[in-house]
Design a protein around this ligand. Structure first.
Ligand code: HEC
Ligand code: CU
Length: 393
């Protein structure tokens, strides 16, 4: 092999390696900047074992290079004159067995405390996490009476400094929950409850994805963790409860909201629950393979919809939220409306197979859609955004 070809080959390998490493930090999913204790512990292990591997790699590559150069056949060598033939060398074999063994034993011992620490229960609240095709649901039992007071989707809201215990369930197939900056991955397995802890030192919006292939829209099954200061978190809880109260009041008669509520009752409550108003639908549509559809009680308080594939509110090029002249957030009305009109067109799903939302494009008129949008906008107040990092970037 010519040296030019060798060099090209080497360059290609380097480029591939670069691509591979870039995969650790693509846009919003960044496994290299841990923000919570659990993520930091994992990052520490990765760094240590990574550097040990780099050391071993360099040593082996250098040894190979030296051996190739030093012991290669020289033009003056007699081709029949072989170097001494050796069968076994106890000292060498012991060395290259014992050193790697010692390194692996060291790594195991070094890793174990973290493994146990990650498996231990945190001192904060417990939140139920349910994966289903293809979105995540989060339920909060505030007074620990076995009844969930807040049920939301897409946005997992927690407060800074709290070791939150997640109880991870799946309602259909295996999914996996991963917010790279806050902890490692944990599978959601049907029929099992997996416990997992997350925490964050800083307020912010941290992005995640389902990381176990779960069917058609696996790639569109995202979620985010909104981390608020304790004061903001309390405000969020109060607003969620207030949203529940408000959802029970009937809209003013003959308003677009009332017309929307009536349409909602006709077309939507077979799957969706709005707490209080549609008690009859509690439990959702038993036929829906993926379990119930997102609880819409506080729809407006979430930053994203449809498995966090779409923003509920408009963002600018740098990820900052856009605002109306009165300071309120700008609703992403166009995409929300299009979603209600023809959801399967915006996110691959198989509604005919009871996965995802139906196509209403042949059912609802433009007027119906306007009324439904008016009604949906009454569901909850706008999201409580983290003090810093108020953007989506
Ligand atoms: C067959 C069951 C079904 C019906 C009927 C249905 N939906 Fe849905 N809807 C779903 C499912 C499932 C999702 C979640 C889809 C996803 O993210 O993949 C969803 C998502 C939504 C979302 C986004 C919520 C979020 O937090 O992600 C909105 C808004 C919504 N539906 C409104 C409506 C309206 C309005 C109607 C009536 C016109 C309706 N839906 C009828 C099943 C249904
Ligand atoms: Cu999934």
């Amino acid at each position: 092999m010519g040296t030019r070809r060798a060099r090209r080959c080497f360059a290609a390998v380097l480029a591939l390696l670069g691509l591979l490493l870039a995969g650790c930090a693509t846009g919003r999913l960044d496994a290299t900047k841990p923000i919570g204790e659990e993520a930091r512990d994992i990052d520490g292990l990765m760094r240590l074992s990574g550097w040990m591997a780099v050391g071993v790699g360099i040593f082996v590559a250098a040894a190979v290079a030296v051996i190739i150069v030093k012991f290669r056949a020289k033009p003056t060598d007699d081709p029949d004159d072989l170097p001494p033939q050796i069968h076994g060398n106890r000292k060498a074999e012991l060395t290259w067995t014992l050193i790697p063994t010692a390194m692996l034993v060291f790594l195991t011992i070094y890793t174990l405390p973290t493994v146990f620490a990650l498996a231990s229960e945190g001192d904060g609240r417990t939140i139920k996490v349910e994966g289903q095709q293809w979105w995540w649901q989060f339920s909060y039992d505030l007074d620990e009476d076995g009844h969930y007071d807040i049920v939301t989707a897409n946005d997992l809201v927690i407060q800074t400094g709290e070791e939150v215990n997640l109880e991870i369930h799946s309602n259909d197939v295996i999914h996996s929950f991963w917010i790279p900056q806050l902890n490692g991955k944990k599978d959601a397995v049907p029929g099992r409850i997996h416990e997992w802890r997350i925490s964050s030192d800083e307020p912010g919006i941290f992005y995640g994805e389902c990381v176990e292939f779960c069917g058609l829209s696996h790639a569109n099954m995202q979620m985010r963790t909104i981390v608020l200061t304790p004061d903001d978190f309390d405000r969020w809880v109060q607003e969620q409860l207030a949203g529940k109260e408000a959802a029970q009041a009937a809209p003013a008669e003959e308003s677009p909201e009332a017309a929307g509520a009536a349409l909602f009752e006709t077309h939507c409550i077979s799957c969706h629950v709005v707490d209080g108003t549609y008690e009859s639908a509690a439990g959702g549509n038993a036929n829906l393979l993926a379990g119930i559809a997102p609880n819409l009680t506080n729809l407006m308080s979430r930053t994203a919809f449809a498995g966090a594939l779409y923003e509920t509110y408009q963002t600018g090029p740098d990820g900052d939220y856009l605002r109306n002249p009165d300071g309120s957030l700008k609703l992403n009305l166009a995409e929300l409306r299009e979603w209600v009109r023809n959801a399967p067109d915006m996110k691959p799903a198989r509604a005919d197979n009871q996965q995802g939302m139906l196509d209403f494009s042949e059912v609802l008129t433009d007027q119906d859609l306007d009324n439904l949008m008016a009604y949906l906008q009454t569901l909850g107040s706008e999201p409580v955004l983290p003090a810093t990092n108020a953007g989506a970037g």
